[in-house]
Design a protein around this ligand. Sequence first.
Ligand SMILES: *[C@@H]1O[C@H](CO)[C@@H](O)[C@H](O)[C@H]1NC(C)=O
Ligand SMILES: *[C@@H]1O[C@H](CO)[C@@H](O)[C@H](O)[C@H]1NC(C)=O
Ligand SMILES: *[C@@H]1O[C@H](CO)[C@@H](O)[C@H](O)[C@H]1NC(C)=O
Ligand SMILES: *[C@@H]1O[C@H](CO)[C@@H](O)[C@H](O)[C@H]1NC(C)=O
Length: 356
Amino acid sequence: MWQLKYAITCVLLINLVFITYLLLYTKTIVKDHTGMFGNKNLFIPWNEPNHELVEGKASCQKRLLLFGMKQHWKEFCKFPQMPQFNQLVQFPRTFDCSNLSCSVNLTYSESIKDIRGADMVLFTDVYQWLTPDMWAWAHGNRSETQPWVLISLDSPLYASGLTPPEKFYDTSFNWIASYKSDSDVSLPFGYYEPFLQDKPLDMDLKSFVQNKTRLIAWMSSNCETLQWDRLRLVNELNEIIHVDMYGKCGEKEVPWNDRKVINSLLGNHKFYLSFENSCCDDYISEKFWRALDIGMVPIVVGASLEQYTKFAPPGSFIHVEQFPSLAALSVHITISLQTTRRNTWNIADGGKREEL
Ligand SMILES: *[C@@H]1O[C@H](CO)[C@@H](O)[C@H](O)[C@H]1NC(C)=O
Ligand SMILES: *[C@@H]1O[C@H](CO)[C@@H](O)[C@H](O)[C@H]1NC(C)=O
Ligand SMILES: *[C@@H]1O[C@H](CO)[C@@H](O)[C@H](O)[C@H]1NC(C)=O
Ligand SMILES: *[C@@H]1O[C@H](CO)[C@@H](O)[C@H](O)[C@H]1NC(C)=O
């Protein structure tokens, strides 16, 4: 038995900031484990200022600059359907971490001169607009003790704007926060924890299974993928076994920002094609965790079978790599329908679930 923990991406945005704030207090030497920027020691010493704790009040303030953000983030978090995220894109704002003596003043800017004087700069998905000249200016405005942090939940293929020009490869980022498990700050899209004790099933299993009237769903708003032809694979599978295709590249558009509609639309499917846009180490995106959360068995392409086995709940998915052909996969899906009862997942309250 296990429970699922996952967050939608906006929530991660705020977590990143908190975690990065905690990093301010670390003094360890940090290396670029990812190799994304050369396998170099990237540490620039951070001298923690001596400060006295004023009772009930932060005695000091750290200035964090969030630099660069895809426009769609800013828009995404502003949707009236998601009021809980609106404040995440309000800048500047200050917040306190309960056991830290400094408060944080978080500002956002796309203007390079604002890098000057910040205690830390967080580069978030700087899209393609940072030219080599601008990287040089950014370095010119950086103080010696100012840590730079790369924050991205996209695969390197989709965050190419974060790669500095060769000249600055080894000197740009002190820390990397990403989905990769060997990042300085690892931010997986989701994870699970086994329940410590057996928990009785608190849902109507019969009704859950009866509601699963449809077979396979796929939903995507990005029809073009850089690394491999995802749409083609979906189409080829659809020729053998029917796939309901939703989203921009499917037959039916869905309001992508309306969780309720999406959940009810996808929820009556038994399987979900969780095909990632990048086949990269550790890259198991929210698609996968959402499918489990909604109660579908994900059929996956992305990270290797070995990695899914490491990160996902046991027996919770079907990996395309396990089959020699799409036909063999389709046969497996058809056969597993007969054993649906054993293969279904229970969604209980609060995202808790159990293996049946
Ligand atoms: C703050 O509290 C958390 C949870 O108790 C702890 O893990 C963390 O190390 C603390 N941070 C500092 C800087 O004391
Ligand atoms: C946070 O920083 C911004 C920019 O430096 C400043 O305008 C704002 O007044 C600060 N907010 C607080 C509460 O200190
Ligand atoms: C600081 O950034 C500005 C652009 O905002 C740039 O014109 C200037 O040259 C930079 N300073 C240095 C020392 O590179
Ligand atoms: C099955 O669908 C019905 C009608 O939409 C709904 O009321 C019920 O809660 C669903 N059952 C489960 C277990 O999701």
